[in-house]
Design a protein around this ligand. Sequence first.
Ligand SMILES: [Zn+2]
Ligand SMILES: [Zn+2]
Length: 142
Amino acid sequence: MTTPTEPTFRTAQCDCGQLRFAVRGDPVHVHACTCTQCQRSSGAVMSYSAWFPEDAVQITGDYTVHHHCGPDVLDRYRGFCPLCGTGHFFRSGASFPDTIAITAGTFAQPDFPVPDFILYWADRPAWIGAPADVQLYDADDT
Ligand SMILES: [Zn+2]
Ligand SMILES: [Zn+2]
């Protein structure tokens, strides 16, 4: 007889702590992206996000929404804390329906799941070396 394992429970928050996330279970998908849009929107060398089933995510606090694919694509947006501008999360419309992606750094957890792959590796800043055991794609090859 096996003992049922308790689901992993994680919390995340924006830099000022006003916007908080409580997540049950492991992400269904994790990937990083070094495309130029992700570099601009994150202000970092890559985005690194984890997709969870919508019903596994509890969001507390105020957030602002930016429709990064334009006003005609309302099911794709990025949310973030209006006070400090961090705590980014996403809805990806038809790409990942019924999920919410949360930027992995928001969890500030060293053992957070490794990305399944990294997209747009060709656009990365030249000084970044390849991580071990992560599939790299030069563009969006998924
Ligand atoms: Zn904040
Ligand atoms: Zn990207």
